[in-house]
Design a protein around this ligand. Structure first.
Ligand SMILES: Cc1ncc(C[n+]2csc(CCOP(=O)(O)OP(=O)(O)O)c2C)c(N)n1
Length: 305
């Protein structure tokens, strides 16, 4: 299959799994009309950032496929549904949790237990394979990545940083680490700024700057800005192919893309009462159906991309 088509399908599958984790307690393949009882009674988690995380994850994993020295560091731990979806998709979760088999049983287990008593937490946690730091505090992704790269020139580490996250003193000052640690003895860091425009419900500072101002700030730290506007895999893959010194990718996606409301309204749970309100329930069903997940996942064989 064409690489771009594969990436698009992977993003679609992971987007669906994000919505299923956030909302569903049953009927994970939509085999009957969705009922109130199929929805979790208490909805807790974050949707807005998920699509962009899935876009970054799918593109970076595909571009560096087969390179054991590549790692992806995710700053926004609140985007856990997307992280968990990708770990499930790649079979990483099953390696540490035998219940997470890549069939309908594993899918049900992962979705049902997201943000559920005695199940998975709503944020990345020590239970998440590959977690370096957990604590719910934004800002440490770049510093941790530079630490991982220290003394490992073979490593390539892409780091997704939220535009709200880059407003923290820790993340912003971590950009100075490039000047200190870009020598031949250390690995290569590829920052990816997730410019989805909002931090929780307020516009992010970087989204309100002109592209020229943002680029100049990035150049000031010694990086070369590379814009990835939108979620088209062709654009992302071409950006990754560009040979530039110290690239700093800017991934511009719409917060909440694919969901019933966007931007500042999409940060946590976009539909408030699908467990007891018919309009919200129908909106949730339409949203889930829009991904055509059944074309991507077979109950017994798992993913059929
Ligand atoms: C140090 C710190 N300050 C504040 C918060 C609360 N907080 C959680 S998510 C969030 C917004 C993050 O915005 P961004 O990084 O742009 O993520 P996205 O918009 O993609 O969800 C904030 C401020 C936090 N977790 N840590």
């Amino acid at each position: 299959m064409d690489k771009s088509e594969y990436i698009k399908k992977r993003i679609r599958a992971c987007d669906y799994m994000c919505v299923a984790q956030l909302f569903l307690s049953d009927d994970f393949l939509l085999e009957r009309p969705l009922g109130f009882d199929d929805v979790k009674p208490r909805l807790l988690g974050h949707w807005g950032t998920c699509h962009g995380i899935n876009v970054a994850y799918a593109n970076l994993k595909t571009f560096y496929e087969g390179n054991d020295n590549f790692s992806f560091v995710l700053g926004p731990g609140h985007g856990f549904p997307a992280l968990q979806a990708n770990l499930f998709f790649d079979g990483e979760l099953e390696k540490v949790d035998p219940n997470a088999t890549r069939d309908i049983r594993g899918l049900s287990y992962v979705c049902h237990n997201f943000s559920w008593p005695d199940g998975f937490p709503s944020h990345a946690s020590p239970y998440t394979p590959g977690t370096i730091v957990e604590g719910g505090e934004l800002g440490y992704a770049l510093a941790n990545a530079y630490g991982m790269a220290l003394g490992h020139p073979e490593k390539i580490i892409a780091v997704l940083v939220g535009d709200g996250e880059l407003e923290t003193a820790t993340a912003l000052d971590s950009l100075n680490l490039r000047a200190l640690l870009c020598g031949p003895k250390n690995g290569k860091i590829l920052p990816v700024l997730h410019l989805n425009g909002y931090k929780i419900s307020a516009p992010s500072l970087y989204a309100r700057r002109s592209e020229r101002e943002l680029n100049e700030m990035i150049r000031g730290f010694g990086f070369t800005p590379v814009m990835i506007d939108g979620d088209d895999p062709e654009v992302f893959q071409n950006a990754l192919k560009q040979k530039v010194d110290s690239p700093f990718y800017i991934l511009k996606t719409e917060k909440g893309a694919g969901g019933p409301n966007r931007h500042h309204e999409s940060h946590q749970i976009p539909l408030k009462s699908p467990m007891n309100n018919s309009n919200d329930l129908r909106a949730l069903e339409e949203w889930l159906q829009s991904y055509n997940f059944k074309d991507l996942f077979d109950a017994e064989k798992g993913f059929v991309l």
